[in-house]
Design a protein around this ligand. Sequence first.
Ligand code: PMP
Length: 507
Amino acid sequence: MDLLHAPRLQPFGPRSQREALLERLRPEFYGLDTEYELADGRRARRIYLDSAASNLRLKVADAIVHRALAHYANTHSQLHFGARIMTALYHQAHRIVLDFVGADDAYTAVFHGNGVTGCINRMARVLAHKRPERDVVITTLMEHHANDLPHRKHAGKVVHVPLEHDPDGEAGRVDLEALAEAIEAHADRLNYVAITCASNVTGIINPVHEIARMAHAAGALVLVDAAQSAAHLPLSVVAEDPAENLDVLVMSGHKIYAPGSPGVIVARKDLFLGLEPEEIGGGVVTFVDARRYTITDRLPDREETGTPNIPGALALAATLYLMGRIGMDVIEADERQLTQYALDRFEAIPGLHLYGSHRLEVADRIGVITFNIEGLPHGFVTAVLNDYFGIAVRNECFCAQPFVRQLLGIADEHGVAPDACMTRVHDATEKPGMVRVSFGLYNTRADVDAAAEALRHIAGHAEDYAPHYVPVPDGSGDFRHVSFRFRPHDAFDLEREVDAWLRDNLV
Ligand code: PMP
């Protein structure tokens, strides 16, 4: 992507060598060999196609963190060896994050919460306090709720900008003309533009640096939700033209092959300074008596009170470093081929409708593909894929209700749904939603083939499966098999695991 500038980590050798390393990395994730018993009694290796929700954990990073744990100590301890090692590693983790997104000294990286939701809530509060005279936020109609509702809660007014449509009428990127108009209309009060780098519904990529330039020209900031894109695209917060620099970028460790890791905020340091940190306690103060306290200006310390999730941060940093050294250019090119292959295969399935523009020349996208099969509820298709084919995908609205409703033709051009939608308890056969297939580094053409063949089969033989399913009567849109019972605790049970250890260690 020419617009998404290369990050700072040095590539580990020539491209061909890095491509070979990527092949070596592909099987190095937990959960690729996991087998389950299916509804027809077969045991099958699961095919994980739900990476947009969370991707699988990288074994390499895990092994590195396990070795680091030999030195584990709290980073707030100071002088013993373990504390010094952990503190140095934790600093290194921040530096790697900054390098991964090409940040210079004007930026800080703050590990926060569990993912992007916490990070955006935090920044919505910070930016509202920082610039109270600017109480308008512009976002788009393609956002995850996490990049919409926190702004609604903390800003005076939120404006939702519509999307472009391709020649087939399918939704693409944010409409830059409409965005320019919204920015102009609110220029004097606009605090920031909050935009996703890639949609979790269509996978479509927005030109975030161009949007930054438009926002900056009006004295506004830009906050980029990189939850979906961070593991799949090269993205730098610093652009060739400083007017295109990103002010805030947020990522989720669990979507970067490091579930169990925190979210990360990469932001311009000056946005935090001059405000009391959102959370205070240990580790952020220089002086405390019973009446007063003073907060350090040191970043990121002042924004990370309390003991951090050190193993999680180290796992994420090791993963980012590995991906950065292999090269996000190599990773992006690899995934682009798989995505194109999948789009071609899915498009050829009779009755399957893909959402969002799938003309890559009009709307570039990452490996997130949503669709419905004519006449079949998304909950039914998803359940059959799991129960009979061992294929894990996600359905419903993906925490992006305004966008999904609009794509389904239920919400109007402003993203507003009819009043009845607010209170209506849907029957599962008509609950709005879609099926989503999404890729990670471990996915191959064989996975796509398996999904395409399963979907073709379901589309052509729905009547064979339908008698085995009933809607779950809880308004969720889910379907349940009438006789096949999968019991999660048969597959794994914490007490059983611990009891097994106790038994094995009886003396
Ligand atoms: N934004 C986007 C685009 C997402 O896809 C998600 C996760 N589905 C989020 C925000 C929220 O991230 P998290 O669940 O890590 O808080």
